[in-house]
Design a protein around this ligand. Structure first.
Ligand code: NAD
Ligand code: ZN
Length: 360
């Protein structure tokens, strides 16, 4: 097919306090009393009654708290699926992910692997999933990645960091309650929020741009400017708008691609485990050459919120390590093509990438 024909999230609720409506939403989806709902919840909420007391548990339903300290792995998905299969008589009625990109991606992957045989790593790639996933719900508690709308779940496997991109990956239901993001610490709020900003810049300046992507990208960028640069925006309004910026940023890249910051950040993440939002910020800070206006604005946002990015990440790396990062970054062909056009490899040589990584 020449034109991408992709599914979208089928149902979405938006509103402050809408988390209280989860019980009503799930009620209609319970298959039987032996088919539980499994809630995968960011460990940061363990002991947080304000949230956990409102998770509507019944029958065999289970909450599994999971740390977001590291990005999701295929082996972690395999272990969760095995736990669920061994523990419950029936296949679950649904998987509900509550957290940031890490938990949302885990929920998507677990729901796919409950109906598809073998190991998760076999499905990393494009359109390898055979059977529809079980019902899955995404509830973001931090905003920016766009994982709530995307057609992928990014996983680190034994050989590669690559998403399960499939028509069965998007959530059946998303619940956007801006109250859930109110306690995110400033640094993390900034890193994940900048993921959205960088999606906009990379999409809007890319060669893959089209009216579909542009319409979402421009809206998300306008919201980001307001959220991160306005002196008058109030906290609640900023929370509401960040949730929608993340959504639009995600929609914008669905029909285009990201660019230089993401390609290079994948290298940092693969070698050093640098998390997505932070890695993007570290790289983007040095990309004036490619995104002059975008980087100038990024620096203004960084200054406004007193964000200091880690420096010298690459200063003690060996040649072999630099080469690993360069290999990972160069492997992201569509990202470079989007950023610089078909002749991208005339400018992006190994030496060029090495000199850029050396600045970080
Ligand atoms: P995250 O899920 O890794 O969470 C970041 C930190 O914020 C964690 O320490 C977490 O515990 C904390 N946190 C989350 N909600 C909180 C809250 N309400 N209060 C306090 N702390 C809170 O962060 P992220 O940036 O949203 O996600 C990054 C992940 O998303 C990466 O694994 C990346 O690969 C993935 N990603 C996926 C897509 C996609 O389309 N599927 C797109 C971009 C990124
Ligand atoms: Zn991103």
């Amino acid at each position: 097919m020449n034109f991408k024909n992709f599914p979208m999230v089928s149902k979405v609720v938006f509103g402050r306090g809408s988390f209280n409506q989860l019980e009503e939403i799930l009620l209609l989806k319970r298959l039987n009393v032996n088919a539980p709902f499994i809630f995968l919840v960011d460990e940061v909420f363990q002991g947080n009654e304000k949230l956990t007391s409102r998770i509507p548990l019944a029958y065999e339903d289970e909450i599994i708290f999971i740390s977001a300290a590291e990005e999701p792995k295929t082996s972690q998905v395999d272990a969760l699926v095995e736990h669920i299969i061994l523990k419950f008589k029936d296949r679950p009625s649904g998987i509900i992910g509550i957290g940031g990109g890490t938990l949302l991606d885990l929920a998507k992957a677990v729901s796919i692997m409950l109906t598809n045989e073998g190991e998760t790593s076999a499905y990393q790639g494009w359109d390898l999933v055979k059977s529809p996933a079980i019902y899955h719900v995404g509830i973001p508690t931090i905003s920016g990645t766009g994982a709530e709308v995307s057609r992928t779940t990014v996983l680190t496997g034994p050989e590669k960091k690559l998403g399960i991109n499939s028509d069965y990956t998007p959530f059946d239901q998303v619940l956007l309650d801006p109250e859930l993001i109110q306690d995110v610490p400033t640094q993390q709020w900034f890193y994940t929020g900048m993921d959205c900003y960088i999606h906009c810049i990379e999409s809007l300046t890319g060669t893959y741009l089209n009216a579909f992507s542009q319409s979402y990208g421009e809206k998300a960028l306008e919201l980001c400017k307001e959220i991160f640069l306005s002196d008058t925006i109030d906290k609640k309004e900023a929370e509401d708008k960040l949730m929608m910026a993340s959504w639009h940023g995600g929609m914008s890249i669905a029909y285009s691609q990201v660019g230089v910051a993401h390609a290079m950040s994948y290298g940092l993440s693969y070698l050093l485990g640098t998390k997505h939002g932070l890695g993007n910020c570290i790289v983007f800070d040095h990309l004036e050459e490619f995104y002059p206006e975008g980087v100038a604005l990024f620096k203004a946002m960084k200054a406004k919120h007193n964000i200091e990015l880690p420096q010298g990440l690459c200063k003690d790396l060996s040649d072999k390590e630099f080469n690993t990062m360069i290999d990972v970054a160069l492997g992201m062909v569509p990202l470079w093509e989007n950023a610089l056009g078909n002749n991208w490899n005339k400018t992006i040589t190994r030496e060029k990438l090495r000199s850029m990584y050396e600045l970080m």
